[in-house]
Design a protein around this ligand. Sequence first.
Ligand code: GAR
Length: 267
Amino acid sequence: MESSIRIGALISGTGTNLEAILKACENGRINGRMVFVGADTSNAAGLKRAEKRGIPTFVVDYSRIIREYKKNPDPRHLPEDYNSEDIIRRQSLFPKDSDPRQVAAYFAARAMAESELLSRMADYPFDLLVLAGFMRNLSPYFIDRVNTDPMRLRIMNIHPALLPAFAGTDGYGDTFRYGCKVGGCTVHFIDYGEDTGPIIGQRAFQITETDTIDSIKKKGLAQEWELYPECISLYAQNRLIPVKRTYTMKNGDIRQRTVVKIADPDE
Ligand code: GAR
C-alpha cells in the first residue's frame, strides 16, 4: 500500500483545476493532500479556494520582481547559486541563435523570481508540484532544484490543447482559430521547453460548426477537471515511469525522447 503524497500547487488565475484536485484529495480519488498553494500574483482568485480550506498560500509577485530587475540589472542581486552560462546552455525556451544578452536577461530575471518561489516552497516539503493554470515558464534554475532525481520527475502541468499542437498561452483560442475539428487537453511533466515535456495523459472532444472559443473552453475545462486528478492519482500510485526511447529515422538521424509508461496497478 503506497503512502499519501504531499502536493504543492502553483496558480495564476481562477483555479478551477485546483478545485478539482482539492476535491479529488478530499473524496479519496487522489491519495494525497495539498500542502501549499502559491501564485505569481495576488490577483489569483484561486488562492481563496485554498484559504477557505486552511491550506497555506503565498504570492511571489513575478511582475514586480522582473520589473525591478530590468530597472537595475545588477548581477550582485542574483541568487548566489545562479550560473548564467550553465542555464543558457541548458535552456530550450529560446532558439540557440537568439540574442545572448536578451536570453541572459530573461533567465536572470526569472531566477530572481524563482529563487523567491523556492524559498517560500521550502517551508512545505512536497512530493509533487502541480501547475494548475500557472502562466509562467519555469527555467532550468527552478526545475533542477525540484527534479533532483532524473527518474523521479516532480513537476506536472495541464495544457489546454492536444500537445504538441498549440503550445503557449492560449491553447483553446489557437485550436478554434486554426479550425480544428477536435480539441483537447494534455497533462505532462515539465522539461526545459515550453509545453514540451513527457506526456502523461490526454483527453479530446469534438468541435462542431456552432462552437465558439467560449464553448470550446467550457468543453475543454470539463475534460481538464477529470484528467488532472486522474494523472495525479497515477503519480500517487507510483505508476508513472519515465522511459528514455531512442529512434533511428529513415535518414539515419537518431532521435531521443523521454516518454511516460503507465504501469499496471499490480506491476
Ligand atoms: C486551464 O485551461 C489550463 O489548462 C490553462 O489555464 C487554465 C487555468 O484555468 N493553462 C495554461 O494555459 C498553461 N499554459 P483554472 O485557473 O480555472 O484552472
